[in-house]
Design a protein around this ligand. Structure first.
Ligand code: PLP
Length: 381
């Protein structure tokens, strides 16, 4: 039998067959009546998923491209900006805003820490900022920040709030309008259950009115806003990805956003309960907000990279290793998007076997039992 493959990373994630089928349809022309209804429905569904009344701008780019649109539109050389980082992606945004010439105040936490609204408040008291740049779900560490309170701290100081929701949108609550988030950026390949290649950006009126002088063309918000208003994309979009995203968003909305958030909370609980039952130490916080990816420290003497390699070589299972300074020190179990509890138990059972191969003493079956128990028996608050 050919080896079965399992994709259990926090992005890209597995894509449901209905989405793959939509993407296998013949290619249509992006300015034809074949495409416009798909485009219109996809943009409408994106607004629903982002919980916003505003237009959500859709780019043929990965999440980083959509984020760069925010930087290119909001940063003018010399502008003061506050970037909050506690891992790989926050640090990327500090580097990107600096590359555009921003005068960056970097509120830098160690990887794995959780950013606090009071820290943002006191930094903004010392120095004003045009915008505060924050990561909702820091995929490199498994920490999901309390974005509502971070945004409130920024708003009190009159700053715009830009949120990296690349791995959180569709998995954990992100109330764009209700929480006053000026810019929310996400990508297709995570909880939105679509292959990589589409980036999106919900932009508030205040953010649209605050665009700066950095050079930009493809990622110019105004150009894309005007084109989308006429359902006439500014540039050739990846029509097949848009068709896939449309179906994926339909599936998510059919489940219901609240039900999807609830499912992700329980998936996170199951992953953490399983890891702890094996006697492993969690790197990501042991709380319900950590519903995107569970970061686990391997047992003493075992390299996290060897766990990743063992899962791939022995079982065809892809999980994520540690990035940057966490390389070898953790492995990450993704659980966003098209994911159920048996994906968690498959992953945990395989981790048990591989840790055994690597010399750790793990009692067989304990993780699976604990995970099923945690998933089923505790109501979500
Ligand atoms: N931000 C976060 C939190 C992510 O998880 C990712 C994904 O890798 C990115 C940004 C970058 O997105 P992309 O790889 O789609 O450019």
């Amino acid at each position: 039998m050919p080896q079965k493959k399992y994709l259990f990373t926090p992005g890209p994630t597995s894509v449901p067959p209905q989405v793959l089928a939509a993407m296998a349809e013949p290619v249509v022309h992006h300015r034809s009546p074949d495409f416009k209804p798909i485009y219109e429905r996809c943009l409408t569904r994106l607004r629903e998923v982002c919980r916003t009344e505003r237009e959500v701008l859709l780019f043929t780019a990965s999440g980083t491209g959509a984020f760069e649109s925010a930087v290119a539109n909001l940063v003018s050389p010399g502008d003061p900006h506050l970037v909050v980082s506690a891992g790989n992606f926050g640090e990327r945004w500090a580097a990107m805003t600096a590359a555009y010439g921003a005068d960056v105040d970097h509120l830098h936490y160690a990887w794995g820490e959780t950013p606090e609204a009071d820290d943002v408040r006191s930094r903004l008291r010392e120095r004003t900022a045009k915008a505060v740049w924050v990561v909702h779900s820091e995929t490199s560490t498994g920490v999901v920040a309390d974005i509502q309170s971070l945004a409130a701290a920024a708003k009190e100081a009159g700053a715009l709030v830009v949120v990296d929701a690349v791995s959180s949108l569709g998995a954990v609550p992100c109330e764009t309008d209700a929480w006053g988030l000026d810019v929310v950026v996400a990508g297709s390949q995570k909880a939105l259950m679509t292959p990589p290649g589409l980036g999106l950006c919900a932009v508030s009126e205040a953010a649209s009115a605050a665009t700066g002088s950095s050079p930009r063309f493809y990622f110019d918000w105004e150009r894309t806003q005007k084109a989308q208003a006429k359902l006439d994309a500014a540039f050739t979009p990846s029509v097949s990805l848009v068709a896939g995203l449309d179906v994926a968003l339909g599936l998510l909305l059919e489940e219901g956003l609240e039900a999807a958030f609830d499912r992700h909370v329980r998936l996170g609980r199951a992953a953490r309960a399983g890891a702890k039952a094996m006697g492993l130490e969690l790197f990501s916080p042991d709380d319900d907000r950590s519903a995107v990816v569970t970061a686990v420290r391997p047992p003493e003497g075992v390299d996290g990279g060897d766990v990743v390699k063992g899962l791939r070589d022995r079982f065809g299972i892809t999980i994520a290793g540690g990035q940057g300074e966490l390389q070898g020190k953790i492995f990450r179990l993704g659980h966003i998007g098209w994911f159920d509890v048996f994906d968690i138990t498959t992953m945990l059972a395989a981790v048990e076997c591989v840790l055994g191969d690597l010399g750790a003493e793990i009692e067989r079956g304990v993780a699976v039992t604990a995970a099923l128990d945690a998933y089923e028996h505790q109501p979500v608050a």
